[in-house]
Design a binder for this molecule. Structure first.
Ligand SMILES: Nc1nc2c(ncn2[C@@H]2O[C@H](COP(=O)(O)OP(=O)(O)OP(=O)(O)O)[C@@H](O)[C@H]2O)c(=O)[nH]1
Ligand SMILES: [Mg+2]
Length: 338
């Protein structure tokens, strides 16, 4: 916390008014409050979110992922511009749990998304930093609510990599788009099967120049691969499309597909059902995270954990019982604190 000088804060109603009127400067400052770990900011951030919550939710939330170099930034730049031409307001957020990496991609994206960033109806916010993926994801989720309240009706959430961050993005979006490259072969470019299964749409990027033929071939391979997956309860059949982000090709088909998905799932109730499930999931996760971190941070419990660990290793107590005893101790400790 050295060298950290908090900027002067506004009061909650000033943030709220600014956000609701679509003021991008105030929106950015409010997001900074959301991302802050200072106690006063946490209180302020709760107030802001509480007030804007009824005005949030009115957007299409799209998760975008793919291996480094697949063209996510290039794609988001041209797709965002296309959507704005169609009259939408587009916010671009990201979840990037590794701070080392986010530095690189923020720098890169500043130049790559320059044109999009300069448009009045675009808002780009580089990822929050944080120690845990859960923490970073929560902040992105709350940032999304603020953007919706500010009138952004398409939210693009990018994630870098091929790991757990996809699950986090999937947990807060309506539609999941996976960018791929042609010539994947069987190894599927290090994309895990679980991530393929999450995709509502696979877009094979870089379908340009010498690559066009290979892309068509890959398209069929991916379609075959998707057919092996069980059908989705929402009635949607995941699609495969090709695109060239570099030459802005394939964007219309991608948006049409997303609109078809939204029409279908809003019609059969799965859109709302999915969001409700996500909200309850966030509640559960929040409780789990809170309990776990409270437990492990407890000074009274720490020595007990070590003691029980030793006893388990000495076969003096069984680990199931030890867990129960530790929890009981923890709840007793909480009562004493009151
Ligand atoms: N030929 C061709 N090149 C592309 C296309 N899209 C992106 N590229 C190039 O591929 C490289 C990587 O693109 P990025 O948009 O930075 O990829 P990214 O997925 O954001 O990469 P990370 O941020 O590192 O994860 C750049 O040199 C782009 O110019 C495309 O459609 N066709
Ligand atoms: Mg990028």
């Amino acid at each position: 916390m050295k060298n950290y000088k908090p900027k002067k804060r506004l009061n909650a109603s000033e943030y709220i008014k600014g956000i609701l009127s679509g003021d991008r400067v105030i929106l950015s400052r409010a997001i900074t409050v959301i991302e802050s770990n200072l106690e006063n900011d946490k209180i302020l951030s709760k107030k802001i979110i509480q007030e804007i919550l009824p005005k949030s939710g009115n957007s299409i939330r799209i998760g975008i992922t793919g291996v480094p170099g697949v063209g996510k930034s290039t794609f988001i730049e041209v797709f965002g511009k296309y959507l704005i031409e169609q009259g939408h307001k587009v916010a671009v957020l990201s979840i990037d749990p590794s701070s080392q990496r986010s530095k690189g991609s923020i720098l890169g994206d500043k130049t790559r998304m320059e044109e999009l960033a300069n448009l009045e109806n675009a808002y780009i916010r580089p990822s929050a930093s944080g120690d845990t993926l859960g923490g970073v994801a929560n902040k992105t989720g709350e940032t999304m609510l603020l953007c919706e309240a500010a009138g952004y009706d398409v939210i693009l959430i990018e994630t870098v990599g091929v790991g757990q961050s996809e699950t986090a993005v999937h947990g807060m979006t309506d539609f999941f788009l996976l960018l791929m490259l042609s010539g994947a072969g069987d190894e599927l470019q290090g994309i895990k099967r679980g991530i393929m299964e999450m995709a509502d749409l696979i877009v094979i990027n870089k379908a340009d120049g010498d690559n066009v033929k290979k892309t068509e071939l890959s398209k069929r391979e991916f379609e075959n691969a998707l057919h092996l997956f069980p059908g989705l309860p929402n009635g949607w059949t995941p699609k495969v499309l090709t695109a060239s982000a570099l030459y802005s090709k394939g964007l219309i088909d991608i948006w049409t597909t997303i609109e078809e998905f939204i029409t279908l799932t809003k019609g059969n109730g799965f859109f709302k059902k999915h969001r409700n499930e996500q909200s309850l999931g966030i509640l559960k996760e929040g409780i789990e995270q809170g309990l776990t971190s409270g437990f492990f941070r407890s000074k009274a419990i720490k020595p007990l954990i070590e003691q029980y660990e030793q006893q388990i290793l000495n076969a003096e107590i069984n680990p199931y019982e030890a867990a129960q005893l530790l929890l009981s101790e923890y709840f007793e400790e909480l009562k004493k604190r009151k």
